[in-house]
Write a protein that binds this ligand. Sequence first.
Ligand SMILES: Cc1ncc(C[n+]2csc(CCOP(=O)(O)OP(=O)(O)O)c2C)c(N)n1
Ligand code: SF4
Ligand SMILES: [Mg+2]
Length: 303
Amino acid sequence: MKLQNSFIVREYLRPQVLPTTWCPGCGLGIILSSIAQAVHHRGLAKRDVAMVSGIGCTGRMSGYVDFNTLHTTHGRAPAFATGLKLARPDMSVLCVMGDGDSMSIGGNHLVHAMRRNIGLTAIVVNNAVYGLTGGQASPTTPVGGRTTTSRSGSFERPMNLETLARAAGAAFYARATVNHTAALVKLIERALAVPGFALVEVVSNCHVLYGRMNDLGDASEMMKGMEGQTRRVNPVLLRRADMPHRLGAAAAADAAANTEPVFDEDLRVQRGVIFEQPHRPDYARRYQTLLHELKAKKAEAQT
Ligand SMILES: Cc1ncc(C[n+]2csc(CCOP(=O)(O)OP(=O)(O)O)c2C)c(N)n1
Ligand code: SF4
Ligand SMILES: [Mg+2]
């Protein structure tokens, strides 16, 4: 029997800690629901799934899901998740981080987890701002984006997570938005099937802080603003900085003709997968072999 999405999601929550602390309309609820649906569709048992998160509005997610969970320190989720994956290679380990969490304080840990191609499913929630601490600029704040630490508009070039992931050696990288949930669920499902390091960047709305400071409207208006294109740049940036030429030829033509770009869900999934590097070495296995050898040597020495 095909279950309704809301019934599926309920199965994966901890009702005793609900409601969440998230603002009404925050994209984080959609992302949580999409992760639950992806786990369900992959047929994974809850006991075989772990979620590791850092600190931030995003970081709170691990408290709400009924998997094995670790709510760790700011920026260190990939390090904890790496340890867990080495100890329990059979487990599907989700590592959920905010843009600040993953690219500011945790940039170092993220780079090395990708370099080692540890079999994690990383979800980076990119809302272009530090949400939890009150709306400071983050590494993905668009040029011109107003935040509490860039009142007249950020002038720094935003970080390109895609390029970083490719160069560091991640096996899979996809980008989705909270406005395209069907595509988001499918992309997380695909990421969960990748043996190496898979990263899904989810462009999300912080309408309460970033949206308000940049006149981007309420949650639904902000989400509609993500309709255009997810391929290369943060759609919030496109709307704010009006740079259709960075969209790619097709979408730039749409923008010039002032027509709504037409996307179906399959196309969104296809466009969402930005790259796959399936033949990267998986150092997790090498570490596990080393660990077994060391244990065997120790046991031999004790006999
Ligand atoms: C070591 C350390 N430094 C700073 C903080 C303060 N802090 C908590 S969350 C956060 C940033 C959150 O932004 P992001 O990762 O983008 O998550 P969001 O809240 O937007 O989901 C910061 C700087 C902290 N908790 N620990
Ligand atoms: S502050 Fe922003 S990111 Fe945090 S829960 Fe509210 S809307 Fe979401
Ligand atoms: Mg953020």
